[in-house]
Design a protein around this ligand. Structure first.
Ligand SMILES: Cc1cc2nc3c(=O)[nH]c(=O)nc-3n(C[C@H](O)[C@H](O)[C@H](O)COP(=O)(O)OP(=O)(O)OC[C@H]3O[C@@H](n4cnc5c(N)ncnc54)[C@H](O)[C@@H]3O)c2cc1C
Length: 568
C-alpha cells in the first residue's frame, strides 16, 4: 500500500527477491504525486573521509533525545550509504563537487556534512528514479488511484486489502499473502502543515483498527520555517547554505538560546542549524517576548537569504526562490522571507521491528507510516529519505520471504470483504448530517490547541474528550454526493475517519508521557525523565474504540542516555 518512496522501494525489493511473486502497488494517487516528491533538502549518509557511521549514528540518537532504538540506528546508517549509492546506479542525479564527487551539505543537528542532494528537488529525483526502475519489473502491477479502506485479517493474519477504484467507484478485495504499509505520514491532522493533502495517516489507522499498536505517536515534528499562509516548506537547506533567522529588530535571536553546534567547523556551528525541535521552541519564546512580527496568519520571523547572492540562490536553492515568488510574491534575492513553525513529520507510526514486521503476521510497514524507531523523539532532517529506502527494501524482502511460505488465504476474508463493501455502500448513500469539512476543522483546531509545540496535561485531557465527541459526530456525516466517479467527498470522509483515529492515539500517548523529550514538551513536566519514560509508548485500540497505552523498552547498544548539549 503506497506508491511513494517506501512503497516503490519495497515493490522493487520483492521483485528482486523472488520474481515468481506478483506485487500489487496500490496507491490513492499516481505514484509520482506521493509526498516524497516534495522533499527538497536531501538524504543523509556518511560518505566523506571526515565522517563515519558512528558519528551519523550518534547524531541521530542524541538528536532523537535517546528514544531511538540504537540497534536499528546502527544498521540504518550503514545501509543508508549503500541505498544512496544504489540509487546513483539507478540514475539519480546527485549534485556533484567540481571534481566529480558526490556533494554533501550541512543539515540541522548533524555535526558533519553528510546530506546528499539533487539541487533542492531531491525528493522529485529520488522518486523518479524509483518509479522508472520499478517499470523494469514485470511482477509489479500498479493500482493507481485506488483507495484502500480496510486490511483483511484472518485469525490474526493479514491477507489483503479492500480498495476502491476511484475512477469507477468499483470496490474490490485484493487478496495478498503479505501486505506492506507504505502510506506515508499524517500531518493533515493539524491545520497548518507542510504535508500534502493526501498525508492523512490512512495506513496507521488501518493497522490500528486491525490490532497493530501505534508507537510513539506523541512525537510530532514542527519545522521552523514554513510560509505563513500555505505552510509550504522552506527547506532547511536554505539555512545550511547560510540563511539567517531574524526577529522584528533584525537580530539573529537564536544566539540567545542553547542551539549552536558543538563543533569547530564554522559552517556547521551556525546557530540556524540547531535541531528542529529546539528552533521551533525558540520561536515560541521570541513570540512571548513580543519580538516576532505580526502577520495576518499570526506571528512570524524573517529568513534572510539576501547575503547569499542571486548566483548561489539560483544554483543551490532554485525551488526556494520559485516558491517565494509564486506563493508570497517576493524574491529572496532582495526580500526577507516571512516564516513560522509548521507541522512537518510524525516520528511515531505503526510499531515494527528492525525487519519492518509488525506484530500482526503478514503485515509489514515502512517509511513515515512506520516507527522502527530510528527517529526517537525528534527526527533529524534528511534522515527520512534514506529511511524510506532502507526500510522499504527491508520490508519488501521480509514480505517476500513470508509470502513464499505462507499458507493459502482462508475463505473467511470473503465475508469480511462483503461487510466492508456494504459499509462503503451505506456511507455513499448517507445524506444530511454535518459536513466532513466542519468536523475536520474542529479536529485540527482541537489538536493544534492541545498537542502543539508546548503541551500540558489539562489541555490534552480536554482535547481527548473533544475528539471522542467528534468521533460520534463523524459517524453521522452526510456526503452530499453519491456518484461513483472520483467521489472526492467519499475519500474525504474516509480520510477523516482515519485522522480521527490517529489523533486519539496522539493525544492519549501525549497525556500519559509526563516528561519533556524532543518534540514532546510538557509545561507541567519540563524535565526529561529517563527512569520512567526511557520507553516507547504503544497505543492499542480497545474493542469499544478507546485507546490503551502500554510501554516497551528502548534498545540501548553503545550510547547511554546523556544530555543533548548544543552549547557553543
Ligand atoms: C515538504 C516536505 C519536504 C521534505 N523534505 C525532506 C528532505 O529533504 N529530506 C528528508 O529526509 N525528508 C524530507 N521530508 C520527509 C520525507 O519526504 C517523507 O517522510 C517521506 O518522503 C515519506 O515517504 P513515504 O514513502 O513513507 O510516503 P509518501 O511519499 O507520503 O507516500 C505515501 C503513499 O501512500 C499512498 N496511500 C496513502 N493512503 C492510501 C490509501 N488509503 N490507499 C492507497 N494508497 C494510499 C499514497 O498514494 C502515496 O503513494 C519532507 C517532507 C515534506 C512534507
Amino acid at each position: 500500500m503506497g506508491g511513494g518512496g517506501a512503497g516503490l522501494r519495497a515493490a522493487i525489493a520483492v521483485a528482486e527477491a523472488d520474481p515468481g511473486l506478483s506485487v500489487a502497488v496500490v496507491s490513492k494517487v499516481y505514484p509520482m504525486r506521493s509526498h516524497t516528491v516534495s522533499a527538497e533538502g536531501g538524504a543523509a549518509a556518511s560518505i566523506t573521509a571526515e565522517d563515519s557511521f558512528d558519528e551519523h549514528a550518534y547524531d541521530t540518537i542524541s538528536g532523537g533525545d535517546w528514544l531511538c532504538d540504537q540497534d536499528a540506528v546502527e544498521m540504518f546508517v550503514r545501509e543508508a550509504r549503500a541505498e544512496l549509492l544504489r540509487l546513483e546506479h539507478w540514475g539519480c542525479p546527485w549534485s556533484r563537487t567540481p571534481d566529480g564527487h558526490v556533494a554533501v551539505r550541512a543539515f540541522g543537528g548533524m555535526k558533519k556534512m553528510r546530506t546528499w542532494f539533487a539541487a533542492d528537488k531531491t525528493g522529485f529525483h529520488l522518486l523518479h528514479t524509483l518509479f522508472q526502475t520499478s517499470l523494469k519489473y514485470r511482477p509489479v502491477i500498479r493500482y493507481d488511484e485506488w483507495y484502500a479502506t480496510k486490511l483483511l485479517v484472518d485469525d490474526g493474519r493479514v491477507c489483503g486489502v479492500v480498495a476502491i477504484e476511484l475512477m469507477s467507484g468499483r470496490i474490490e478485495a485484493i487478496g495478498a499473502k503479505a501486505v506492506v504499509l507504505a502510506t506515508g505520514g499524517g500531518g493533515k491532522v493539524f491545520p497548518f502543515t507542510t504535508n500534502a493533502n493526501i498525508s492523512t495517516g490512512d495506513g496507521m489507522a488501518l493497522a490500528y483498527r486491525a490490532g497493530a499498536p501505534l508507537k510513539d505517536m506523541e512525537f510530532v515534528q514542527y519545522h521552523p520555517t514554513g510560509l505563513p499562509f500555505t505552510g509550504i516548506l522552506i527547506t532547511e537547506a536554505a539555512r545550511a547554505e547560510g540563511g539567517w533567522l531574524l526577529n522584528k529588530d533584525g537580530y539573529r535571536y537564536l544566539q540567545d538560546y542553547d542551539l549552536g553546534q558543538p563543533t569547530p567547523d564554522p559552517v556547521l556551528r551556525s546557530m540556524e542549524l540547531g535541531p528542529r525541535d529546539r528552533l521551533s521552541q525558540a520561536f515560541v519564546h521570541e513570540a512571548a517576548k513580543g519580538r516576532t512580527i505580526d502577520s495576518p496568519y499570526g506571528p512570524v520571523v524573517h529568513l534572510d537569504l539576501r547575503h547569499l547572492g542571486a548566483a548561489k540562490i539560483e544554483a543551490k536553492l532554485p525551488m526556494v526562490r520559485e516558491l517565494c515568488r509564486e506563493y508570497e510574491r517576493i524574491d529572496p534575492v532582495r526580500d526577507l522571507v516571512p516564516v513560522r513553525p509548521v507541522v512537518h513529520y510524525m516520528m511515531g507510526g505503526v510499531h515494527t521491528d528492525i525487519q519492518a514486521a509488525t506484530p500482526l503476521p503478514g503485515l509489514y510497514a515502512a517509511g513515515e507510516t512506520a516507527c522502527v524507531s530510528i527517529n526517537g523523539a525528534n527526527r533529524l532532517g534528511s534522515n527520512s529519505l534514506p529511511e524510506i529506502l532502507v526500510f522499504g527494501a527491508r520490508a519488501g524482502a521480509a514480505a517476500a520471504a513470508y509470502a513464499a511460505q505462507a499458507p493459502p488465504i482462508g475463505a473467511a476474508v470473503a465475508a469480511q470483504a462483503a461487510d466492508e463493501t456494504r459499509r462503503l455502500e451505506a456511507l455513499l448513500a448517507r445524506e444530511g448530517g454535518e459536513s466532513v469539512a466542519t468536523i475536520r476543522a474542529a479536529m485540527q483546531h482541537a489538536l493544534e490547541g492541545a498537542a502543539g509545540i508546548y503541551r500540558d496535561g489539562d489541555t490534552l485531557a480536554k482535547a481527548a474528550d473533544t475528539l471522542r465527541e467528534l468521533q460520534e459526530r463523524a459517524a453521522s456525516t452526510g456526503l452530499g454526493d453519491s456518484s461513483r466517479t472520483f467521489n472526492t467527498q467519499l475519500v474525504a470522509a474516509l480520510e477523516l475517519a482515519a485522522m480521527l483515529d490517529i489523533t486519539e492515539s496522539i493525544v492519549h500517548s501525549a497525556v500519559r508521557r509526563e516528561e519533556s523529550r524532543g518534540a514532546h514538551q510538557r509545561t507541567d513536566f519540563p524535565a526529561r525523565d529517563d527512569v520512567k519514560y526511557l520507553a516507547h509508548s504503544l497505543a492499542h485500540r480497545e474493542a469499544d474504540g478507546g485507546c490503551r497505552i502500554e510501554y516497551a523498552p528502548v534498545t540501548v547498544t553503545r550510547w547511554p542516555p546523556g544530555e543533548r548539549v548544543y552549547g557553543r
